[in-house]
Design a protein around this ligand. Structure first.
Ligand code: BGC
Length: 253
């Protein structure tokens, strides 16, 4: 079995891909990024993914391909669409991508992929107990790990607090859209993480998403009993985790 796999991370603004060395967790060659087509319709996205794949270092067709996507993904079917086109709901995305790319792909939730990357290569390495990965971006993505094992599709970004879907309040996009200061945003993060803590009593929170690069501006403002640390794989986490999961699925077959 190859020691490489391809990871592709589909997001609201960009589609990123890379060839991953599964042992080191490093990218082999350049990371490729193209804009997500406006509207985010399935066919347009699949065509964009083909473009990304053709720009990556060419590999043997047996090299596993993992794709991560911002939705619940069950047996290759995208089951939700919080910040993407509703056309994805109930779509057999694995089949669509497999046909377009003309090779087998494995599709997973984006936060699950990012979490897997952090647990294997980053901030969660060797961490046991209950770890909750959170990604703060357009939405809030979450991934649960117990003793290092992923419990897939935890959608804790949509935790309802005070009658609202709290990702609309505490995602990084809420800070941007409402022009919140770091302190104001951190007050909302405090509410969010306190609720997660109350419900799960985790051993560790990992905070990812692009803004985690500036973690020193908001993480020290939070008062929690649980250790909370920034992700270390940041922008590459989705690519790495999707590649790892695709490789694992192929090996388990
Ligand atoms: C979606 C999740 C996704 C997260 C981050 C949420 O709105 O429901 O599936 O992981 O955004 O993209």
């Amino acid at each position: 079995m190859s020691k490489y796999a391809i990871g592709i991370d589909i997001g609201g603004t960009g589609i990123k891909g890379g060839l991953v060395d599964l042992k080191s967790g490093e990218l082999v060659g350049e990371r490729i990024r193209i804009e997500t087509p406006t509207g985010g319709e399935p066919d347009a996205i699949a065509n964009a993914v083909v473009k990304v794949l053709t720009q990556l270092p060419q590999t043997d067709p047996q090299t596993p391909v993992g794709i991560c996507f911002p939705a619940v993904v069950k047996h290759g079917v995208t089951m939700s669409a919080a910040n993407v086109s509703k056309a994805w709901i109930g779509l057999d995305a694995e089949k669509l991508f497999t046909q377009k790319l003309n090779r087998k792909v494995h599709i997973v939730n984006d936060a699950d992929a990012a979490g897997v990357a952090e647990m294997k290569f980053g901030a969660g390495k060797k961490k046991r107990g209950l770890v909750i990965m959170t990604t703060l971006g357009t939405g809030i993505g979450t991934a649960l790990f117990i003793k290092g094992i992923l419990v897939p599709n935890a959608e804790l970004g949509h935790l309802e607090i005070g009658g609202v879907d709290y990702e609309t309040k505490a995602a990084y996009s809420a800070k941007e859209n409402e022009d919140l200061t770091m302190v104001e945003w951190a007050q909302r993060l405090q509410i969010y993480y306190s609720n997660l803590e109350r419900l799960f009593t985790p051993d560790l929170f990992i905070v990812g998403g692009g803004i985690s690069k500036h973690h020193e501006k908001f993480l020290p403002l939070l008062r929690l009993n649980t250790e909370i640390v920034p992700a270390t794989k940041r922008n590459n986490a989705g690519i790495l985790g999707a590649a790892v999961l695709a490789h694992k699925t192929k090996t388990d077959e």
